[in-house]
Design a protein around this ligand. Structure first.
Ligand SMILES: Cc1cc2nc3c(=O)[nH]c(=O)nc-3n(C[C@H](O)[C@H](O)[C@H](O)COP(=O)(O)O)c2cc1C
Length: 311
């Protein structure tokens, strides 16, 4: 694991994320510093001092020595970086020049209350921060914005931990709450409990072994349910959207319940149909379970790069 970069934090306004990367794309560790912790670290590094910064979680400490800075974390986990590299990156991060060029978001029928600053090297994603930031500093585990901002896919499930049936029920019920075209619910969900079938699905999913997960849900399109007088290609599109949205709702519900998941889109539709014995075409497989390791969310592009404002 090599130290890679300092980047804005989604969950701690005015703080930052320190990222370590491994060889694999998914191999990433991150530490989130809040404003106060970042300030303390900055203070020591900018003065070229040694010392330590205690993190708010009451377990973790950053030990800054002349050569190496160690991040001593929960459960004896440790991350390291050369102090000179950390100093350079943190100083760069804290001294970013701000060129303010506001972009406003004007979706139809919605008057914006938020202005995004178009800052090249901005120290935070302002809109996201303001949406995600808690007003009172108390956010429940299942707070919607917390759930969406901390969700992280996993491909490594802890197979020794069974997923409680009531959680599966809630995940399935969440799929049923998703909006659908004309409210016709043009999708069906196959909840695969059979161990042999789960194993066979691996091959139908391009040999992705994690498909054999504690909970496997297959979301299928069912255009025949969509009783709207439109051409078949429109109904096919609606049912794909219905199935996708329902899977998204279930994925978020799983996260809110402390589970992790991986969305499998790389599937051989015909093979899946044959294995589970249906004429309905699958759109995705959602694999759910307890993760072996809870990881921080991946970063995204900045909102100003994502949103095209048409005025
Ligand atoms: C439409 C779609 C198809 C995907 N297909 C696969 C897949 O076949 N195999 C896989 O391992 N991950 C798949 N993923 C998961 C993505 O790789 C993952 O969501 C992405 O890297 C972002 O990571 P995050 O979910 O942790 O934010 C898919 C995700 C989506 C939305």
């Amino acid at each position: 694991m090599e130290f890679s970069q300092v980047e804005p934090s989604y969950i701690s306004k005015d703080g930052c994320r320190l990222i370590w990367k491994g060889v694999d794309e998914d191999d990433q560790d991150a530490i989130v510093l809040n404003k106060h912790e970042l300030e303390n670290l900055f203070e020591l590094l900018s003065k070229e001092s040694t010392g330590k910064v205690e993190l708010e979680d009451e377990f973790s400490t950053i030990w800054i020595n002349t050569d190496t800075t160690q991040f001593r974390l929960k459960e004896h986990k440790m991350l390291e970086v050369k102090t000179s590299i950390l100093r350079k990156k943190i100083l760069e991060y804290r001294n970013v020049p701000h060129v303010i060029n506001p972009i406003k978001i004007y979706p139809k029928e919605f008057f914006p209350s938020i202005t995004i600053d178009n800052e090249e090297n901005e120290e935070g994603n302002k809109l996201l921060d303001s949406v995600l930031a808690d007003k009172k500093n108390i956010i429940s585990e299942s707070d919607f914005f917390r759930v969406i901002s901390v969700r992280r896919s996993t491909r490594n499930f802890d197979t020794s931990k069974l997923v409680e049936q009531w959680k599966v029920d809630k995940i399935l019920a969440a799929a049923d709450t998703a909006p659908s075209a004309g409210n016709f619910q043009g999708f069906e969900v196959f909840y695969i409990k059979n161990k042999e079938i789960k194993k066979r699905l691996i091959e139908a999913a391009n040999n992705q072994p994690y498909v054999n997960a504690p909970v496997v849900l297959i979301f299928c399109k069912d255009p025949s349910r969509v009783k709207i007088n439109f051409p078949p290609e429109i109904l096919a599109k609606f049912s794909l959207q219905d199935a996708t949205l329902a899977a998204g709702y279930s994925q978020l519900a799983a996260s809110a319940l402390g589970l992790s998941s991986i969305w499998i889109g790389m599937i051989d539709e015909e093979k899946v149909k044959q294995i589970i014995g249906t004429d309905l075409t699958p759109s995705s497989i959602l694999c759910i379970g307890y993760p072996q390791q809870k990881r921080l969310p991946k970063s995204r592009r900045k909102l100003k790069d994502l949103i095209h404002v048409i005025e």
